[in-house]
Design a protein around this ligand. Structure first.
Ligand code: DON
Length: 304
């Protein structure tokens, strides 16, 4: 398969789709990102990588960070994480609290905002600086020491984090948050404001495509079972309340972020990342979803 030709074809084919979504601005610093950006990258287990467009430009990974924090938590705590969050799709918006009180402060999954807060809370119970732990992990996975946080985006979100703060307090009321809420929110905004390119993300996602052992990293990052389980949670919860139509259209596990990135995994074969900042009504990249739909159709890589 000529992946370079496929990526270049997709970059061209998606151009009519620009202008139909909306760049996230509920975090004001994200609103100034140029809407027309597009980058896509593929990483194969043999080390070969392919990319097109703005594939080396770092952008705000936002909720894609939840995938990596979940990996850290599963590595350190194993199945204990499932006492703090569920593994069912919520059917609600990523920042909804509607079920949180009815379900006694236990979020449906680790990818909606309350679930990510509870997951991070568990990670923060480890000794040491959690921000450094997250940053070091991303640098290791992306094999790129320049991966770092955008302080402006982090501050901007922290100043507009009322909903996330409310969720954290509600969960603390149910004893499902143990850390100080201010420290938790600051660390959460830090993880979301990390910046990576699609080339970085595709490489960082590779262990999920290779049963946890990445030949490129020459390391077992996750166990086979952890990689399987995380892919399952991505498939069922990674795209929030449009997870069904994403499975229908694209057909591979994926995790999105409101920065416009999507990291998708073709289990056993490769990881693929795409970035285009305009979002659909569910907070997922509009053009990015279309690009991934074309990718799995052209390369026959849907798992279905
Ligand atoms: O907490 C928030 O709202 C953002 N930092 C992350 C949300 C997000 O990326 C949802 N994904 N599509």
């Amino acid at each position: 398969m000529d992946y370079q030709a496929v990526l270049d074809y997709i970059a061209e084919a998606v151009t009519p789709k620009f202008g139909k979504g909306r760049v996230a601005d509920y975090i004001p610093a994200l609103g100034s990102v140029p809407a027309g950006k597009f980058g896509m990258a593929v990483q194969l287990p043999d080390g070969s990588a392919f990319k097109t467009g703005d594939a080396d430009e770092p952008f705000s990974i936002q909720s894609i960070s939840k995938l990596f924090v979940l990996q850290l938590v599963m590595s350190h705590f194993g199945d204990m994480v499932w006492t703090r969050v569920g593994k069912e799709p919520s059917g609600d918006r990523f920042n909804s609290m509607i079920k949180l009180e009815m379900e006694h402060g236990v979020p449906r999954n680790p990818f909606i905002n309350p679930g990510a807060l509870a997951t991070l809370d568990l990670l923060m119970s480890l000794k040491g600086d959690t921000k450094h732990r997250i940053q070091n992990y991303l640098r290791f996975l992306a094999m790129n020491e320049s991966v770092s946080v955008n302080e402006t985006v982090m501050r901007s979100e922290l100043e507009h984090a009322n909903l996330n703060r409310a969720m954290a307090h509600l969960m603390k009321g149910y004893d499902n948050i143990h850390m100080d809420v201010d420290a938790l929110l600051e660390t959460y905004c830090f993880q979301c404001a990390m910046e990576m390119s699609v080339a970085d993300l595709a490489l960082a996602g590779l262990p999920l495509a290779t049963g946890g052992h990445s030949p490129v990293h020459d390391a077992s990052v996750l166990s086979v079972s952890q990689a399987k389980r995380i892919n399952a949670v991505m498939l069922t919860c990674g795209m929030y309340d449009s997870v069904g139509s994403f499975a229908y259209r694209v057909g591979i596990p994926a995790k999105s972020g409101v920065g416009g990135g999507i990291l998708a995994i073709v289990p056993g074969k490769m990881s693929v990342a795409v970035w285009s900042p305009e979002l659909d009504a569910f907070g997922n990249s509009y053009v990015g979803t279309a690009a991934l739909e074309l990718f799995t159709s052209l390369t026959h890589t849907s798992i279905f």
